[in-house]
Design a protein around this ligand. Structure first.
Ligand SMILES: [Zn+2]
Length: 150
């Protein structure tokens, strides 16, 4: 598990690392939204959002969508974790519910034993690991939601 001890003060100051803050919108314990880009030329969505459409080269509209979706694929990584993440940690792909888009992400440590292809997930911002400077930070992570069957 993470050896970073988080005090209340540190938690209050913790923020999303800069690269994530431009793409994920959310506060701890709230649902996190994801910024995506969409072009009208073919209605295709992109994540991470890009400024220009690769097809028509026009500027693309940016919007945020819910992070809710279903697990398409996942893997539990048992090697040394980057960014102060606990070990093991899980990553994978989620098919978003609101737009036809498959996104790559990190799964919440508390969901590791409940990961299953097709399981419903929500996206939350939570204190998780450290940023590029080694400071405790917030990170978006997918949490398995709903009843556990089996
Ligand atoms: Zn386009």
């Amino acid at each position: 598990m993470s050896d970073a001890v988080l005090t209340d003060a540190v938690l209050t100051d913790a923020v999303l690392p800069q690269g994530l803050a431009s793409v994920f919108v959310g506060k701890p314990d709230e649902g996190c939204r994801i910024a995506v880009a969409k072009c009208d030329c073919d209605q295709e969505h992109f994540f991470p959002p890009r400024s220009y459409c690769p097809r028509c080269l026009e500027p693309m509209a940016r919007k945020t969508v819910s992070g809710e979706g279903r697990i398409y694929a996942f893997t539990i990584v048992r090697r040394r974790a980057p960014f102060g993440l606990g070990e093991p940690y899980a990553i994978g792909y989620v098919d978003l519910a609101e737009v036809p888009l498959r996104v790559f992400g990190l799964f919440a440590p508390g969901s590791l034993t409940r990961l299953k292809v097709g399981a419903q997930v929500g996206l939350k911002v939570m204190p998780l690991g450290v940023d590029g400077e080694g400071k405790p930070c917030l990170r978006p992570a997918y949490e398995v939601v709903g009843e556990q069957h089996g």
